[in-house]
Ligand binder design. Structure first.
Ligand code: OGA
Ligand code: MN
Length: 196
């Protein structure tokens, strides 16, 4: 897949890669429907930061989430996890990052909610190597906010959370935040993990 080598090159050079149409549109649409149905049924839970005993609800982030391997999720979630696993194998061939497994969750940020500037590695769990965020919002208006803001030494770069856009970045290197939006914002966040 040529897309994967372009992603690998960009990760090597910049620690970040952006891809359009990495996943088929019918799969993204099915994921959106699945996430919205789960949300309507009250299945998404307010997210926390940290894990295990360090897990806390601190107001650092305002999203609600559900892991894609939860039995409540539909077929699209399983299909997406398979696609991520295929990507994991391809990236391992290109980047030798030793990606061992992948985890992913739906995330819904209500209007006004964000996630403060952070890195994706926990103090008590350094298994996350590569982060992937895939957006599920068709027709996102320019003035709606909700950007993913990536921080680099020479400035910030904002990405609109539009359906079809996927962003990958090195979990321990790239600081980022989610800016509040004027409407609810749906995404999948995934992490490729190494063996610890
Ligand atoms: C995260 C995160 C970014 C986004 O869940 O850790 O940074 O754009 N998400 O949803
Ligand atoms: Mn993050």
């Amino acid at each position: 897949m040529p897309a994967t080598s372009a992603i690998a090159d960009s990760l090597r050079l910049h620690g970040v890669a952006e891809a359009q149409d990495l996943f088929p549109m019918h799969l993204l649409q099915a994921l959106r429907q699945d996430a919205l149905a789960l949300h309507a049924a009250g299945r998404l839970r307010e997210a926390a930061t940290g894990r295990g005993t360090a897990r806390q609800q601190t107001g650092l982030r305002g999203d609600s989430t559900l892991w894609l391997d939860d039995p409540q999720c539909g077929d699209a979630a399983a299909d997406f996890l398979s696609a991520l696993d295929g990507l994991r194998l391809q990236l391992n061939r290109e980047l030798l990052l030793g990606l061992h497994e992948v985890e992913a969750h739906y995330a819904l940020y209500p209007a006004g909610a964000g996630y403060v500037r952070h890195r994706d590695r926990f103090h008590d769990d350094d298994a996350r190597v590569l982060s992937l965020v895939c957006y599920l919002n068709p027709d996102w208006p320019d003035g709606a906010g909700g950007a993913l803001r990536l921080h680099f030494p020479d400035g910030a770069h904002d990405m609109a959370p539009r359906l079809g856009t996927t962003v990958l970045f090195l979990s321990d290197e790239i600081e980022h935040e989610v800016l509040p939006a004027t409407q609810s914002r749906l995404s999948i966040a995934a992490w490729f993990r190494r063996r610890t």
